[in-house]
Structures are given as structure tokens and as C-alpha cells.
Design a protein around this ligand. Sequence first.
Ligand code: AMP
Ligand code: FE
Ligand code: FE
Ligand code: ZN
Length: 284
Amino acid sequence: MPARIDLHTHSNRSDGTQTPTELMREASAVLDWVALTDHDTTAGWAEARSVAEDLGLGFIPGMEISAKDGWRSVHILAYLIDPGSPGLMAELQRVRDDRSARAERIVKNISRDYELTWEDVVAQTRDGATVGRPHIADALVAKGIVSDRGDAFDGILHPRAGYYEGHYAPSPLDVVGLIKAAGGVSVVAHPTPSGRARMMSLEAYDELIDAGLGGLELDHRENTADGVAVLRKLAKKRDLIVTGSSDYHGAGKPNRLGENTTSEAMLKRILEAGTGSQPLHPAR
Ligand code: AMP
Ligand code: FE
Ligand code: FE
Ligand code: ZN
């Protein structure tokens, strides 16, 4: 049987709902390899690796980095980076700090119309976790203002609801360069969530590939078919790595572990190209 490989998951070190330990245990039941890719942080790596080792589960240290291409939010997965790389870590600290200040601004906006305080959001956020709208959503649920995260994102947290604030993020080109300098492999996460017309331009992709972009996450539930068709051609032409993953967030999203997977051949390319940190091979 081919190995079951899921390269995009979140723990409560960002906006997943499970500890790295719980996540690795669940992954071990359905997968042979898993990557932990919390938003803008490596805080879950040590715990996840040690539990994966006990379970004999293959483990890839990873991260999902927030970037911005003009108005477009672009998420870039980084695998096997060196967590000591100063350029990358300084940039991530800046992103996390601004995410926190921005979450406070959103809460202030919401508090004009609803009973919500910053303390309510802090209570939903694990110490040191990367703060995002999902934590505000959890606070809105706890206060009984909405029924679940999805409800919050469709309503109060929607950019057009009037409470939204953006946060600082580097350009995709900067992020790809920082990942490369940290010995990692970069893969654009869910590259076409809202149709071909709204995805990054092919000129921008060419520039990223020239700068060292490794691959595209083409099998992801949020991608649209028209965009994927274009990007599959690009991947073939430029010999990119193509991945499939769940983007599991525990109870925070409907996505299930292993609902999309990556082939062994593509994993092999990531393992060969990533030199900044060590993967853990499955032992069972
Ligand atoms: P932020 O980066 O703080 O703007 O929040 C965006 C994050 O919220 C994304 O990375 C997703 O993980 C999560 N998210 C987006 N839409 C939803 C949704 N409908 N339900 C749950 N989580 C969501
Ligand atoms: Fe997320
Ligand atoms: Fe994402
Ligand atoms: Zn994600």
C-alpha cells in the first residue's frame, strides 16, 4: 500500500484546536507521514516530533507563512527550514506581533456592537500561539454571539462586515527567498481558493519559481477547478512539486486528516530538497 502522506495540519500553537500531542496521535491512526504547519510559528515542533517518534509516525517540521501580494492574502508552506535562520525568524516575529495588535483592533471594532473584550479572546488563545481571527471566532462562540467558527467567518469576521483589519505580511517573493535561505522547501498553500481570475498572476508565479519556489498545493478542498487546471500546466512546464493536503484544524474546520494526500514521489522531492531541519522517517 502506498504511504499515506498529509503535509498541512494545524495544532493549537496556531489556530488548530488540538495540542501537538493529540494531533500526532490522531494522525498516527490514519497516516504514515504528517507535516505540522502552524501559522507563522515553529512552537509545536518539539512536542510533535517527540510524540511522532514514540508512535513511529513519519514527521516533517513545517510552517504556513502569511504573505501578501497586493490585496491578495497568500499562504506559503515551508518545509524542513532551519528554525535558527535569523532572517526568517525576525520576519515571523514581526508578523506575529502585528497579528496580535491587529486582532486587538478587530476586537475593539466588534465591541462597538457586541459584548466582546480582548480578555475573552486571550482566554481562547494558548500562551504564545499565533493569534488570528479563529481565536476571535472562538470567543464569539463562547459568548453565545455566534454558533461556530464558520458562522463567525461568514458574519462578523467577514472583511465586508465592517470590523475587519489587515495585518502586516511580507511579499511572497520575500517569503520564498527567506525559506530558501533557511534551507527549506516552499509550496504555495491553497493557491486558487476563489477562482482563476483572483489567483496570483502567472508572471508573479514565474518570478517566484525563478527565486526558488518549490511547489504548489493543488489538491486542497478550497481550490477551484479552473485555477487548478491552469496551475497544473504551470507545474508541469516548470517541473514543480505538487502536493495534496487536508489543512486540518481539529474541530475548527470541517477538513478531515488525510482527505487529500501527497504522493511518495513528491514527498521524496521535498525530502531531497529540504536541508534546514531533519525529517523523522516512519518506524513501523
Ligand atoms: P486570519 O489569518 O487571522 O485572517 O484568519 C484566517 C484563518 O482563519 C485561516 O488561516 C483559516 O485557518 C481560518 N478560517 C478561514 N475561514 C474559516 C472558516 N470558515 N471556518 C474556520 N476557520 C476559518
Ligand atoms: Fe488556519
Ligand atoms: Fe492557509
Ligand atoms: Zn492552513
